[in-house]
Write a protein of this length. Sequence first.
Length: 265
Amino acid sequence: MPNLRLLAASLVALWLALPAAPAWADTEVDLALVLAVDVSRSMDTEEQELQREGFVEAFRSALIHEAIARGTLGRIAVTYVEWSGVGQHTVVVPWTLVDGPGTADAFSERLASTPIGRVFSTSISSAIDFSARLLDDSGFEAMRRVIDVSGDGPNNQGRTVTFARDEAVAKGITINGLPLMLKRPTGWGDIENLDQYYQDCVIGGPGSFIVPVRERKQFADAIRTKLVREIADLRDPHPLVQRAQERERMNCLIGEQMRRRNYGP
């Protein structure tokens, strides 16, 4: 009997030590969305603030609320991540169930109240890998899974971006892009035709698309437009960038080559 009591106590202790399942475990949603936002040093403070404000305002928008409500289930799951170099990721707002104006506004308020980080280097591949793991571990049953990557330069650290993209797409994840093209390229980490780089090297999966931002005044509208398209799963028959076969494809290693040229191996 003492041995049985000891075994029972041990089992109870083991059960109590197990991590609790999320409150939304196995909850079905129309979309599980990772907002993966670049905070590398190539982006100045104003650009980072505009980017953050764009997402904050988007989740307060009636257009976003209506897009969510029109889904099959009328709810999505979303998390907001800041990224820069390899292993440099911060979950600013963890997975949140958004099923109406109230929960959307709460997500927006939490995002608005968190300081913005700034770190060196740009590893889009690491951001995609991290975002894919977040989707795998979200606890939600999602009809669609999307990684939304924003950034102002090419991958220049970590593994080749196309490897990360292709692995994520093979899992059924769609990757969309928000290339930020506000400044004239200097050759020190930024490139011409960043939109084409995102088109050829970053995005992938069913219905993937990019929304380039070329002027500061476009930030809020571009982010809102992109989120509505992602939430409503709108497929644009007219691509924003020419098809790759109609032009020379971008060099997907251009960022790594520039980094070696400017900073050495």
